[in-house]
Design a protein around this ligand. Sequence first.
Ligand code: SF4
Length: 222
Amino acid sequence: MLSPFDLLCLAREAGVSTSEAIGRFTIRRGSILKFRDDGACVALDGVRCGVHRGRPLACRLYPLGIERYRAGGDDDRFVTLEAAVGSLGVYGDRGTVDDFLDAQDVGAHLYANGCYAGSSSDLSRTIAATADFDRIVPREFWRCAVREALAESGYDANPLIDATFDLDGFGCARVSDADAVAAHVGVLSEMIRRESHPDILAAAAVMLAVSLGYSPGEVIAD
Ligand code: SF4
């Protein structure tokens, strides 16, 4: 999974716009790293990562992953993933999890993802204000939202999802990473405030949450 900040980092390391990075490196509207038919990541250059300094959070964390919770109030947890074929799958040979996270320079990613949590809250509030759950069956409403967000083709146009990953297309080019995130969160907040279609908001809420590492069920339970 890719977060909005992952897209920014990929684009800047590759020297392209976020729009170009979405086309070159991702599927599902920017939310998943693209792999070739032989199973290799499209960013792989020989045996090396072609975007190493801009590699996504998931790549930095491997062989760890994050289990994220927001509905139950539990803390996020780092978990050890099953080792991929050809990988030793070890992280602790040079110290603790914190040492590993420092070595992988994940701080900016975790900070940026925390900023986007505010956009998730904006989406939840606006959905509550626009969806008439006296007339809409919540279970069906969220089922459609999850299907829309997770579809790899045949999905409806959604300007909020487009804006979630194409930071440069919304005024974030040529500023520092931190300023880009701050500006982008502001743009998203304004777009969410102006959006009146609950189905568009809900699909965007699922997409953003999943891109930040939450399960769709966490959004629905929010
Ligand atoms: S670390 Fe590997 S999977 Fe991640 S972007 Fe680089 S080549 Fe792709």
